[in-house]
Design a protein around this ligand. Structure first.
Ligand code: AR6
Length: 334
């Protein structure tokens, strides 16, 4: 099940477990820790006193008391110095240990704040990348819905370089009306203008054969539904269903629905999420979208950002989502 990035206060999350960005004493503090203790009530501190603290990179679990969450998983992130003091390994360990505790307690949903990225000073973009990497690895092997809770929008910043590259790409491509639609219109017909077609050179013959074969192939696929194309592509790419929907950040239940209903019409972000998961080319992505009744357009920032990533061969759905979030767009997948 998927990873979702949401903007919220961690104490408001209706999940099985929320994670606390604590300190080694486990006796409360500021930031998310302070908010969690305030919302949970004094009993949380009483239980924390019995735990004997927690080492950096490790995690311990308590009840959630007055919180909507059943459990609080307390983990201690590293204080960021310069990135050369094992901070990354320790931060990765926080996510791994917390997820493992949640799994052992039967949690189906868990919410993390961006550990270490406040008082402990971890650069937010790096902290987010670590969170996403560890959580997505975990989700490849486990069924859980994991939320990363971003408190302030500024925390969810893609790198300045990526932001400016995408901005430039949008500026170059964002137009109200675009004129190169002819690529869409029967590409295989272009070489066959009536006059030029009268002489059959060997090259022309082989081109004709190519276009005939291509046309036959396309005709066979013309009636293919979105769901059929998706399943065909999964086979062609040698993926399992689970690999595909996990990489697409799509819920297993939704995938089952699509699998069992050949006429299923997904939302546009869902259709694109599958195209990304299958690492389709731009042309194939457009083909897949058409099956679901959608298109990529240049008068829509969301579409241009997707196009940017596909053109650059970057199929990391979580990075794409970071960028979409930074540009206030709907996210892919879950
Ligand atoms: N909900 C979600 N995220 C929050 C909330 C909230 N209510 N409040 C803050 N954040 P921090 P750390 C974000 O400082 O860096 C404490 O005193 C915040 O914007 O809470 O791991 C502990 O006792 C930031 O992005 O944790 C430790 O001494 C992220 O949560 C120390 O701070 C983490 O910020 C731990 O520092």
């Amino acid at each position: 099940m998927p990873l979702k990035i949401v903007r919220n206060d961690i104490t408001k999350m209706m999940v099985d477990a929320i994670v606390n960005a604590a300190n080694e004493s486990l006796l409360g503090g500021g930031g998310a820790d302070g908010a969690i203790h305030r919302a949970a009530g004094k009993e949380l501190l009483s239980e924390c006193r019995t735990l004997g603290g927690c080492k950096t990179g490790e995690a311990k679990i308590t009840g959630g008391y007055n919180l909507p969450a059943k459990y609080v998983i307390h983990t201690v992130g590293p204080v960021y110095k310069d990135g050369k003091h094992g901070e990354k390994t320790l931060l990765e360990s926080c996510y791994r240990e917390s997820l493992s505790l949640a799994k052992n307690h039967g949690c189906e949903t868990i919410a993390f704040p961006l550990i270490s990225s406040g008082v402990y000073g971890y650069p937010k973009d790096k902290a987010l990348k670590i969170a996403i990497d560890v959580i997505s690895d975990f989700l490849l092997e486990n069924e859980m819905t994991v939320y990363i809770v971003i408190f302030d929008k500024a925390a969810y910043g893609i790198s300045e370089k990526l932001f400016s590259d995408i901005t430039e790409y949008i500026d170059d491509n964002y137009v109200a009306l675009h004129t190169d639609y002819c690529r869409e219109s029967m590409p295989m017909c272009a070489p066959f203008s009536a006059a030029a077609d009268s002489i059959d050179t060997p090259i022309r013959k082989s081109k004709k054969k190519f276009f005939k074969d291509d046309l036959n192939k396309r005709m066979k696929q013309i009636d293919e539904s979105f769901s059929q194309m998706l399943l065909r592509k999964i086979d062609e790419k040698g993926m399992t269903d689970a690999q595909c929907y996990k990489k697409a950040n799509i819920d297993r239940k939704l995938f089952s629905k699509i699998r069992s209903d050949i006429h299923y019409k997904p939302s546009k972000p869902t259709a694109i999420a599958f195209a990304i998961s299958l690492e389709l080319s731009l042309e194939e992505t457009e083909d897949m979208l058409r099956k679901a009744g959608f298109a990529l357009s240049h008068s829509n920032k969301f579409d241009i950002i997707i196009e940017y990533f596909i053109s650059n061969g970057n199929y990391n759905i979580f990075e794409i989502n970071e960028a979409l979030f930074a540009f206030d767009q709907v996210l892919l997948g879950a």
